[in-house]
Ligand binder design. Sequence first.
Ligand SMILES: Cc1ncc(COP(=O)(O)O)c(C=O)c1O
Length: 365
Amino acid sequence: MADGVAQISPRPRARVRAMMEYHPPLGSRDRLRLDFNENTLACSPKVGEALKAVTTAELTLYPAREPVEAIVAARLGLKPEQAALTNGVDEAIHVLFESFLEAGDELLLPVPTYTMYEVYASATEARVVAVQADDDLAFPFEKLLDAIGPRTKIIAVANPNSPSGSVATRAQLLELSARAPQAILLVDEAYFHFYGETVMDLVGQAPNLIVARTFSKAYGLAGLRLGLLAGPVELMQWVRRVLSPYSVNSLALVCLKAALDDDTYLDGYVSEVLAARDEFANALDAAGVRRWPSRANFILVEIGARHAEFVERMRAAGVLVRDRSRDPGCEGRVRITIGTREQMKQAALALNEALAAMRQGGNAQ
Ligand SMILES: Cc1ncc(COP(=O)(O)O)c(C=O)c1O
């Protein structure tokens, strides 16, 4: 460095320096992908056709979100101003937290839950108040009610929750919303299609309710990054100020329109997963593996102290599963995404073989 030039690099904000790093273990995934709760097959073929029809001239244009936003809003019974498309629900969470959380505020979080709530909250000046679920991992409703205070600004509830698969009832969500009028109740319905119950119809009625949906799971569009945030206009106007007008790219918008036109594909995929979930739950019971009841496209299972070995053995057998041991209260637990019945037969076989080998005290390598 030249003489006289100070050797200091610009310092990020204190909260950013303290942030935890989050590296999803993506790596090489050319196996059966039961690790990220994705669609394990493909999205609708109509999406592929729409993608092929995009011209290079169209790519010169900045993406226009509003027309597709209006279509999605209409389908969900919302006014266009109540709905915002985002670059995945992750961006929705990020923008919502950036818009509302400030110093002294509290984010109330039942845990274990989706990791990114805490990641994005940690970049704000707010404090995370984590409410631990009991061993059954049921929604800790009473404890959450007790934890509501004057500084509670957002309550984030994934419904169904990940990694547990547990759900909060509509009545519980309504009560939370009523008991914390000073706060936003974010209900993240990323796994809605596998559950079937929603509070989307209450958007605009409950003044502090915001609902998120993703197109990454049942729709099979995780690679395109498409999410939706829906809430009363009074709240969404602030979110829109922070949200980039172009964060949802034009290919994603084209594909979303096509995906919305193919309910048959969506329904077919969801019913396949639900059938596979039942079959795989039976296989787990037969294998004597403890599991938590799930209303989503994954099941959390108890493996115990040798969880890392189990995950490695599954990988060696061609099946990727997700170790959730680092989640609060989840030591020794592994989350397995549900794919098709065929895929879950392969997973059950691999699981039985891994457990048998571990019982014999075999080496993981
Ligand atoms: C509860 C929950 N919300 C949101 C997401 C992320 O959604 P997206 O891919 O739209 O960012 C996930 C992904 O695993 C999730 O489990």
